[in-house]
Write a protein that binds this ligand. Structure first.
Ligand SMILES: [Zn+2]
Length: 336
């Protein structure tokens, strides 16, 4: 409950801020307004005071009640549905990209889909103390799901445990469920050098203005949430809300390219390869802070027209992204 209350307070403050002011600014505004009305006649109702404990109302889109687009297997694996059988079973896309007949709970849509990057024998980046990116990504995604659900959202994860899943199978879940926003959660490695503050990076789909807006909002919220930590941060020289383009002009990152049509943002919140940042992201308390930042960004994306900030022009890259995401050598988890 405490965690939920903290989220609510943050979201109330952020929802009222249309210029990226820190949460404290909303409280100041409320105090000023109350003071200003205190000398007025008794018939004037003062603005909502800080003693109100009402949940913020987030205007989530109605989730369809129609045919199954995805299914959650009895052991909790989420799969895109290819065929709804008349006997109540489904033919679904497996994590490794195959087709399998399964049973489970049907999903017809979602407000938000969260994607914990990597998994199984693809750990992603590994910190010097051995912290794996796949485990941090999943923990942050699970906590973000809890926080968004407490605000009334329907939230689905592309990966729900420690198994391999291809980029195609992740994207199939996203394009099947057509959420209002899709967030792929990663943690970074190979920085250019030290930086006086968080070196967060958020990547947008090049062709989508809404994706760009989401990337700017997520960048704002992550930097705001992390700036209170006085550690030896590292970064790329062009840290910020950015993009990476393929030579043919499309999105370089497959998870953004393959989810075209759904506003998507890829988060590289901190550098797991940097010892002090590794220590932070391995800490459940910090994971909850990061989840609150993602939650706040999602709520602002849905409930405001805020533009976000931190947009940068990335310098050209020639080094390939990390390996993985394909089907070669992939072994599906149990699906029952
Ligand atoms: Zn990653």
């Amino acid at each position: 409950m405490l965690a939920v209350a903290a989220v609510s307070a943050t979201v109330v403050a952020l929802a009222r801020s249309d210029n990226g002011e820190p949460a404290a600014a909303a409280g100041t505004t409320t105090t000023t307004a109350s003071t200003a009305t205190s000398g007025a006649t008794a018939t004037i109702v003062a603005p909502t005071t800080s003693t109100t404990n009402a949940e913020p109302r987030v205007e989530w889109a109605a989730v369809p009640q129609g045919p199954a687009r995805a299914v959650v297997t009895p052991n909790g694996v989420v799969l895109a549905v290819l065929v709804v059988n008349t006997d109540g079973t489904f033919v679904a896309r497996t994590p490794c990209g195959g087709e399998e007949r399964v049973t489970g709970v049907a999903l017809a849509g979602a407000n938000v889909v969260l994607d914990p990057g990597h998994g199984g024998d693809e750990p992603g980046a590994v910190g010097p103390a051995g912290t794996t990116e796949k485990s941090v990504n999943l923990a942050v995604a699970e906590e973000t799901k809890r926080q968004l659900e407490a605000l009334g959202a329907t939230v689905v994860l592309t990966r729900t445990a420690d198994y391999r899943i291809t980029l195609q199978s992740r994207a199939a879940i996203v394009t099947s469920l057509q959420p209002q926003l899709f967030v792929s959660i990663h943690h970074n490695a190979s920085p250019d050098g030290p930086r006086d503050g968080p070196g967060a990076e958020t990547y947008a789909q090049i062709a989508s203005a809404e994706s760009k807006r989401a990337s700017g909002l997520l960048y704002e919220e992550i930097v705001r949430a992390f700036s209170g930590y006085d550690i030896a941060w590292v970064a790329d020289r062009d840290a910020g809300a950015k993009y990476r383009q393929r030579s043919d002009g499309g999105d370089y990152y497959g998870i953004l390219n393959r989810t075209a049509g759904v506003p998507a943002v890829l988060s590289e919140a901190a550098f797991i390869s940097n010892p002090p940042e590794e220590e932070l992201v391995a800490d459940p308390a910090f994971q909850a802070v990061e989840a609150r930042a993602i939650t706040a960004a999602v709520v602002r994306f849905i409930d405001t027209r805020d533009a976000g900030s931190g947009f940068v022009e990335p310098y050209p890259r020639t080094e390939p992204a990390g390996p993985g995401g394909g089907a070669a050598g992939c072994v599906d988890p149990p699906l029952r």
